[in-house]
Design a protein around this ligand. Structure first.
Ligand SMILES: Cc1cc2nc3c(=O)[nH]c(=O)nc-3n(C[C@H](O)[C@H](O)[C@H](O)COP(=O)(O)O)c2cc1C
Length: 131
């Protein structure tokens, strides 16, 4: 099973509606048995995708071409034994979405993740809270 984590920036001119991205993602991911976590801080996206190699590859190929974001960098792309982010079709967090318990949510969602991957998500949540 593959786990891919990337970070990207929202394209400034793009009319980004996180709810629309999420609805689209959940629909497609449920079909492809792709799961993961998507963070949006108003400027950047941090996303983990997990599933069968071919399904993650196909999903990521579409995401990479999406003009709503740019400067996409893959942070980690590895084989995992089991899903480390749970069974969410795509768990989601934005600022204001209960910032106070954001770190706790991230800790829960990444509880089983590789320490390096978990640190990336925790760092993202902390930076946002401080900002
Ligand atoms: C930050 C970001 C994350 C996305 N995540 C997913 C995802 O997890 N799964 C997915 O199918 N599409 C995702 N998309 C949307 C894809 O880029 C693409 O628009 C969509 O898969 C096309 O599917 P459709 O032809 O069914 O509308 C994401 C887009 C952005 C900008």
């Amino acid at each position: 099973m593959r786990q891919l984590v990337y970070i990207s920036s929202m394209r400034r001119q793009a009319a980004v509606d996180p709810a629309a991205i999420l609805a689209q993602s959940r629909r497609n991911n449920a079909r492809a048995r792709v799961t993961g976590l998507l963070f949006f801080d108003g400027k950047r996206f941090l996303q983990a995708l997990e599933g069968d190699d071919a399904q993650v590859d196909a999903t990521f190929a579409r995401i990479q071409q999406d003009e709503r974001h740019h400067a996409l960098v893959v942070l980690s792309n590895r084989e995992v034994e089991t899903r480390e982010f749970g069974e969410w079709a795509m768990a989601f967090n934005v600022p204001g979405d209960g910032d106070a318990d954001m770190l706790e949510r991230v800790a829960k969602l990444t509880a089983n993740a590789d320490p390096a991957v978990r640190a990336t998500f925790e760092g993202f949540a902390k930076v946002r809270r401080a900002a």
